[in-house]
Design a protein around this ligand. Structure first.
Ligand SMILES: Cc1ncc(COP(=O)(O)O)c(C=O)c1O
Length: 364
């Protein structure tokens, strides 16, 4: 008998999403839960995006614009590029999938760091590709080792910059020389899901200049700084030939109508974006200070989350924090056994997180 499920799919360890907040509340009998597990925006949805969605609700009986015309136009204007340099995805997850679908033959290889965003690996395995993982060097992306790992089967190199789950970034000089060294028949995928939080760092690369390269794809999302995770909206910026190829691999109506209008409005909501960055920066300083006092190691972050060494089993620590109504991420699945990742929340959420952290450390 033939096997039904393809071997490459069968061998995949499924992504483990967190449980919904309501379910946890019910299970633990808690009135309130603070979720700091998925790097969402603690300020909620941009008011302008919310308004735009409300105004479009009655239109959803129609299919959305297959070309994402208005949103692409807005992004193009914002970054001073051509509309043909842009593709919109159902979350940046879809952009990752499209890149693999478009460029990777079965049994070709991708290179990613370890740890790095899990979807790079998952999406490659789904398309029967092979993943080479290059360890981070003391929490920083090791571009020299990645370069050494390239062979004749390498087709795509995934770099999240800043890196999730670690929060560090690749400096512009290092990225420049790496991109110059890699041959142009290998796609370099720069996942900049957290770039808005790194915008004030002088050494953070201004990646749009790589658009002149035929093999570089920049990927961004509305899920983090723009607060639209639930809508699933991301985009890729690249050379026109790349975008044309990826467009052939996508479904015609891949992005829903509400996401399209919300994305457009969110780009105009400068006030919301600025407040998001401000509260994140203030939150990071507060949490760093508290961690210093507690003598807990952490990785200084260019994002809206912080990786923290809690000096004990992270799964157990996670469970004990959860009982106090705080959800973070245990990093055990990333082989960081004593580390948790926490999203920077509102001032009040951060205070409650630190209070609970102190109690768990004391064994309360
Ligand atoms: C590095 C990185 N890339 C992409 C994404 C996915 O974002 P989206 O919600 O746009 O699919 C995330 C989300 O956590 C991320 O951390």
């Amino acid at each position: 008998m033939r096997k039904l499920v393809r071997d490459n799919i069968n061998s995949i360890k499924p992504y483990e999403p967190g449980k919904p907040i309501d379910e946890i509340k019910r299970e633990l009998g808690l009135p309130e839960i603070i979720k700091l597990a998925s790097n969402e925006n603690p300020l909620g949805v941009s008011p302008l995006a919310l308004k735009a969605m409300k105004e479009s609700l009655a239109e959803v009986y129609r299919y959305p614009d297959s070309n994402n015309y208005r949103l692409r136009k807005k992004i193009a204007q914002r970054f001073n590029v051509d509309m043909d340099n842009i593709i919109i995805g159902n979350g940046s997850n879809e952009i990752i999938e499209l890149v693999i679908k478009t460029f990777l033959y079965e049994h070709e290889q991708v290179i990613t760091s370890s740890p790095d965003f899990l979807i790079f690996k998952l999406a490659t395995l789904q398309e029967a590709g092979k993943v080479i993982e290059v360890p981070l060097d003391n929490f920083y992306c090791d571009l020299d080792k990645i370069y050494e790992a390239i062979n004749e089967k390498t087709k795509i190199i995934f770099l999240s910059n800043p890196n999730n789950p670690v929060g560090t970034y690749i400096e512009k000089d290092k990225l420049n020389s790496f991109i110059d060294r890699v041959t142009e028949d290998i796609i370099i995928f720069l996942d900049e899901a957290y770039c808005e939080f790194a915008r004030n760092i002088a050494e953070y690369p201004k990646s749009l200049k790589y658009l002149s390269k035929p093999n570089v794809i920049i990927c961004r999302t509305f899920s983090k700084a723009y607060g639209l995770s639930g809508l699933r909206l991301g985009y890729g910026i690249a050379n026109k030939d790349i975008i044309q190829g990826m467009n052939k691999a996508r479904q015609p109506f891949n992005v829903n109508m509400l996401a399209q209008v919300a994305g457009e409005a969110a780009l105009d909501d400068k006030n919301f974006l600025d407040r998001t960055i401000e509260i994140t920066e203030a939150g990071k300083i507060y949490i760093y200070n508290e961690l210093n006092e507690l003598e807990l190691d952490y990785v200084p972050s260019a994002t809206n989350f912080i990786l923290i060494n809690v000096k004990q089993n992270a799964n157990e620590f996670f469970k004990r924090l959860l009982k106090k109504g705080i959800i973070v991420r245990s990093m055990i699945s990333y082989k960081l056994n004593n580390w948790i990742r926490v999203t920077v929340g509102t001032e009040e959420e951060n205070k409650k997180f630190i209070e609970s952290l102190k109690k768990v450390i004391k064994g309360d």
